[in-house]
Design a binder for this molecule. Structure first.
Ligand SMILES: O=C(CO)COP(=O)(O)O
Length: 247
């Protein structure tokens, strides 16, 4: 049985003042059935981990593929771990677009995360043009194959399907489209990694909010969500956690 995961990606939002949302979230949901993860900017990882006190997991939003060295502005997986992170998001479409991250780089970063003992949340997803061209499964399959390193299992890897056109737009795929991609991803992972892949959690991400969470969580092979905007406020994210607990 896969443990459901409600993950929040704060992106480039939040200062110490925002940690009040974490306190409020824990107060409102002291003992959720689902696992809860928040990924703040790197500057907040340590303070958030302290605020969370082990009640919710904390993760980074990226890490470098090397352990240390002359890489100004970058953060190593080990450094996130040292600040209390247990997860790291890798290959988010905003990083693939803003920083030209290739799937090969994402794969190398996932290896670094694994070496540091962090769980990698590896993101894949098609653009609108790719979906319109009927290439969604081919694109997602190729990203999965090239971004996820050997030895992936439920303890070191989570996959997030985030259609690029659904991120921050208020638009979502139909439930049939989400099920099609998630069932496909499960089959691809099991074909490659065998039984170890049955336990890998598959998250949907892209305009998840309290009003659509319940139906998305009832969809085949959806084990939770990677939430952007709606993870910033305790009330919204709390409602999404409640929907996942009820799924
Ligand atoms: O990119 C996302 C999470 O990583 C999704 O963002 P939104 O929930 O704001 O659409």
């Amino acid at each position: 049985m896969r443990k459901k995961l409600a993950a929040g990606n704060w992106k480039m939002n939040g200062t110490k003042a925002s940690l009040g949302e974490v306190t409020a979230l824990i107060a409102a949901h002291p003992d959720p059935k689902s696992e809860v993860l928040l990924c703040p900017p790197a500057t907040l990882v340590e303070a958030m981990a302290q605020t969370a006190g082990g009640k919710i997991a904390v993760g980074g939003q990226d890490c470098h593929m090397k352990q240390s060295g002359a890489h100004t502005g970058d953060v190593a997986a080990e450094m996130l771990k040292d600040c209390g992170a247990t997860y790291v998001i890798l290959g988010h479409s905003e990083r693939r677009a803003d920083h030209d991250e290739s799937s090969a780089m994402v794969c190398a970063k996932a290896e670094a995360a694994k070496a540091a003992g962090l769980v990698a949340v590896i993101c894949v997803g098609e653009t609108e043009a790719q979906r319109d061209a009927g290439d969604t499964l081919e694109v997602v399959g190729k990203q999965l194959h090239t971004s996820v390193p050997e030895g992936a299992n439920d303890e070191n890897t989570v996959i997030a399907y985030e259609p690029v056109w659904a991120i921050g737009t208020g638009r979502t795929p139909t439930l049939e489209q989400i099920a099609e991609v998630h069932d496909f991803m499960r089959a691809e992972l099991v074909a490659r990694f065998g039984e170890a892949a049955e336990g890998i959690r598959l998250l949907y991400g892209g305009s998840v909010k309290p009003s659509n969470a319940t139906e998305i969580f009832a969809t085949s092979n959806v084990d939770g969500a990677l939430v952007g905007g709606a993870s910033l406020k305790a009330a919204d994210f709390g409602a999404i956690i409640a929907a996942l607990d009820a799924a």
